[in-house]
Structure formats: C-alpha cells, structure tokens
Design a protein around this ligand. Structure first.
Ligand code: PMM
Length: 404
C-alpha cells in the first residue's frame, strides 16, 4: 500500500437524539471530554453535529443547532484540534468556520440549503459532499437504483460540479457515498466494494459506516447472542482497514481506538507488502551509539590543527539467530571490535567532510562478517557554526554488495 492511511474522524454528536450515542454529549463539558478521549484514542479530526439525521429525529432550528455546536467548535479549535461541522444549514456552517472549524460536512451534499455552496466557496473550508436523497427513510422508499455504484458516483459528480461552479476549489471537495442514507444494506456493501469507482472522480473520499444498521444486520446471527455496539465498532474498524487499502481519505467513526488499531494493522501490512524481505533476509540489529572520538576533520585550518569531538552512531543489520542459538560470540559482530575499528579509522587520516568520514566508517562496518546493512551517523556537536545549535550530523546507509 503506497497511499497514506485514512485520517480518523471522530464523531461528536451534541444532540439529545443521535443515531447511536444520543444524549451523551449535550453538555459542553461532557462533549469536550469526549472529544479529548477521541483524540487520545487516535482521532485526528472531530466531527461536531448538533442535529440528528436519524429517521424520525426531531428537526431543530439553525439557531438551536448553533447554540449546541458553536461553543464546542470554538473550544476544540482553540485547543488546536481540527474540527469538522456536520450540518445542512449554511448559517451554521459559516458561523462554525468563523469559530474555527476547517471542514463543512454536509450530509445533503449542498442540496438542503441553497446558500451552502456559496458558504463553502467563501470560507475556503474543506467541503464534504455526502450522497443522500433526503433524511434516511428506514422503509427504503427512495432506495431504488439500477446500478447503485454508478448512480451514486454520477450524482456525486453532479454535486461536485455544482460546488465548483459556485466557486469551491476542487481540492477542497471530499465525496462520501452516504451509507445508510437511502441505501439498503446490500447497496451499502456494493458501494464499499465500488469505492474505487468513486475515487476515480479524482476527489478525496470519506467513508461513514460507524455503528450503522447495515453492520447490525450483518452481525445478527454471526456473533453469539444479540449484537452489541462493541461488535459494530469491531466491524467498523475492519471497514476502516479495508478502506485504507482502497485509498480512502478518512473514516468517520464513533470509536477511534478500534479504528486506530485496525489502521495500524493495515499500515504494517502495506509496508511489508511494499518491501517484502528477500527469503532469509536479516532484520536484526546491533546498535552502538555515542561513540566518542577526538579527531582533526574539518575544512578550516584551525579544525585540522586543534581537533575536536565527534560522536558516532553505528546501526548494523545482521542476523543474530546463529549466535543466539549457540550463544557464541564468534557467530556475531563483536561490538568491542567494531568500536575499536571505528575509533582507529576516525582518528586517523583527517578529511574535510563528515560525509567522507561517514562513508568510510560504513565501509568498515560492512567489512564485518554477516553485516547486510550499515547505518552510520557522524555527529559534530562543536562544529564552527555562528549560532547556538544542538548538533549537526550526517547519516549514510549502505548495503553489502551495493556500491554507492
Ligand atoms: N452519517 C451520519 C451523520 N453524518 N456525515 C457523513 N459525512 N457521512 C456519514 O455517513 C454520516 C454523516 C449519521 O450517523 P451518526 O448519527 O452516527 O452520526
């Protein structure tokens, strides 16, 4: 996997009647504490919503929505937290951005309020365009599609074009297939499997499946007893990992911790896939740091004459298996001999550049039996620089059998 991992957008519903966490965070102090929990668990963005889009939820006035969300947005933004405002109201979006939000998350994709696109354009905020056909209808009267993937993609493309025509920078647009919003469970899975098609429009893509009914329907009968929110969080985290594999920009989740764990797995898997070790390749390390040498390297005459302190770090990639199995020093790199060899070489034959010295020391490290790779850092902490500084160093990494 070469694409970056999706960002984790933590859901903060400041509503008394939200889909899955209704009522828990209406109090601003509780909302802030929950946001901090989400961040500690691995969220990078907090999506603040004041009006539930749950079927049958009470619609509220923009003024009431603003009363709920603006203090929370302001408090989070003032703590340096990236905030997204989940609203279909242009006024709320504008005030939230003024209070520090950097993303407008409109589940109506800019269709519910005729002013929304203009606000997105004027504020320059990121603009999430979600696909919907109205407040979710559990009886799925509006869920008829011939080809849900193509239709959702094409309808989102039209909404994105409308936003661009209104002056929104295309780089600010994020598309969201709107899982659960007039899509049956089967259509939701088709949309996830077809995320590549949505990505082909060239915009960033957000996935919002967290705790939704389609997960409940999937898990019923697949887990012992009644399925729980924890089961839905585990399933959400799995979707997050799979979304990482298709290059989603972000995942919107209620439980950041399980998704952060799943993304860590996706990352490790992707890294290993991108650079598979050749069979039997060593991955063990022997590391020697802060080896002090007094020597006369440098471009100035006074450096050559007076000499100064150099500190050297050496990290060798080897296999220690044979040595550890036999517990036998002769089967590994003797670090005392390595230190002697480095000190001997570094204190002799002065050169102008620590680059040259690092190169030379890497060759010495590679000359030890079994060393596959040498990473050498030469620090020159007392270098003649007319400024206060902590350290200056050069690192070279050389592999056995590769000439640089
Ligand atoms: N789902 C909900 C609310 N806002 N925003 C985006 N962009 N995508 C979604 O899927 C989405 C959303 C409803 O879920 P909640 O009540 O759990 O927040």
């Amino acid at each position: 996997m070469t694409t970056p991992l999706p960002l984790v957008m933590g859901v903060l519903n400041v509503t008394p009647d939200s889909f899955s966490d209704g009522g828990a965070y209406v109090d601003p102090a509780a909302a802030l504490a929950h946001a901090e929990r989400l961040i500690a668990d691995g969220a990078q963005i907090i999506d603040v919503g004041g009006e539930s889009t749950r079927p049958g939820a009470e619609r509220i006035t923009p003024a009431e929505e603003q009363r709920r969300v603006l203090p929370v947005v302001e408090a989070l933004a003032s703590r340096g937290i990236a905030v997204s405002i989940d609203t279909v109201h242009a006024d709320t979006a504008r005030l939230a951005v003024a209070a520090g939000a950097s993303i407008i998350n409109d589940v109506s994709g800019g269709t519910a309020d005729s002013e929304m696109r203009r606000v997105a354009a004027d504020t320059g905020a990121d603009f999430i365009i979600m696909h919907w056909r109205g407040i979710p209808d559990p009886s799925h009267r509006r869920s008829s599609y011939h080809d849900v993937v193509a239709e959702v993609r094409d309808e989102l493309a039209v909404l994105a074009d409308a936003a661009v025509t209104a002056g929104v920078d295309p780089a600010r647009i994020i598309l969201d297939p709107g899982l659960g919003f007039d899509k049956t469970e089967a259509q939701g899975w088709q949309l996830l499997a077809g995320l590549d098609s949505l990505r082909s429009l060239g915009y960033r893509v957000l996935v919002g499946i967290s705790r939704k009914r389609m997960l409940g329907a999937l898990l019923a009968g697949r887990v012992g007893g009644d399925e729980t929110m924890a089961d839905r969080d585990a399933a959400t985290a799995t979707v997050s990992a799979l979304s990482a594999q298709v290059g989603a920009w972000a995942v919107r989740v209620h439980d950041a911790r399980s998704t952060a764990a799943a993304l860590a797995v996706a990352e490790a898997w992707g890294v290993a896939e991108a650079s598979p070790p050749s069979p039997g390749e060593a991955k063990d390390r022997i590391t020697l740091t802060g080896l002090e040498v007094f020597a006369h390297h440098g471009v100035f005459d006074f450096e050559r004459e007076a000499g100064q302190r150099f500190l050297i770090d050496a990290e060798l990639t080897v296999s220690v298996t044979t040595a550890s199995l036999a517990d036998e020093l002769g089967n590994t790199v003797n670090y005392a001999e390595l230190a002697d060899a480095i000190i001997r070489d570094a204190s002799e034959r002065p050169v102008d550049l620590i680059e040259t010295l690092a190169e030379r020391l890497a060759a010495i490290a590679l000359s030890f039996a079994g060393v596959r790779e040498a990473r050498i850092t030469v620090h020159k902490p007392d270098a003649p620089i007319d400024a206060v500084f902590a350290d200056v160093s050069v690192t070279v990494v050389r592999r056995a059998g590769e000439s640089q």
